[in-house]
Design a protein around this ligand. Sequence first.
Ligand SMILES: N[C@@H](CCC(=O)N[C@@H](CS)C(=O)NCC(=O)O)C(=O)O
Length: 213
Amino acid sequence: MIVVHGASASPFVRKVLVALAVKDLPFEQIQQIPFARDLVYRKINPLEKIPTLQDGELTICDSTVICEYLEDAYPQSSLYPKNAVDKARARWYEELGGTRVAELAAGIFFQRFMRPMVLKQETDEELVKKIVNKQLPPMLDYLECQVPTEGFIFGDFMIADISLMSPFVNASYAGYEIDSARWPVFSDFVGRVKSHPVVNKVLEAEAVLMGRR
Ligand SMILES: N[C@@H](CCC(=O)N[C@@H](CS)C(=O)NCC(=O)O)C(=O)O
């Protein structure tokens, strides 16, 4: 049985949960909280980040490594396009979604949710303002030109779609919504990814855990 370690509200764990759902794979989940200084968890993930995935004898860390493994081991319902050009673009969007986009969009959540609720620290509202007003806009300008006006990036729903959307779920928990007048294409795209039946089911289960249902 596949085991996923990681709290559902992490943008990276969410990506893995969606990948498992796309492939219709049964799994168990341990709601491992980040920043917990958990010595037992450190034994399976020396970076102490979430997610970690176990599948039989295999233990691997990092959502991208995990999704690539799932694609190789369980090829049904592809998460990545097949041709070299699209595959390269898909990897880039996954990288971007998991680095700078996550740093900014999920950074708002980190400041307004993780710091007060989990780390017992004050929110740095100056930093939130800087993210919202200065750092996110050029990234959203870029994303506005990358996603389609209809459907998903590669036609079928894939990992690139969830990677770019996932950090914005966290941003919305922290009260940030993309300005649909300024970035109509990307804002619609995020809504479309959220409404995909597989994603929607994952988000509904997550909302229950977050006390929002
Ligand atoms: N590149 C990693 C990033 C994982 C990550 O940063 N997870 C955050 C939670 S959303 C974490 O565990 N942070 C704890 C820490 O940095 O100590 C992935 O894609 O899985």
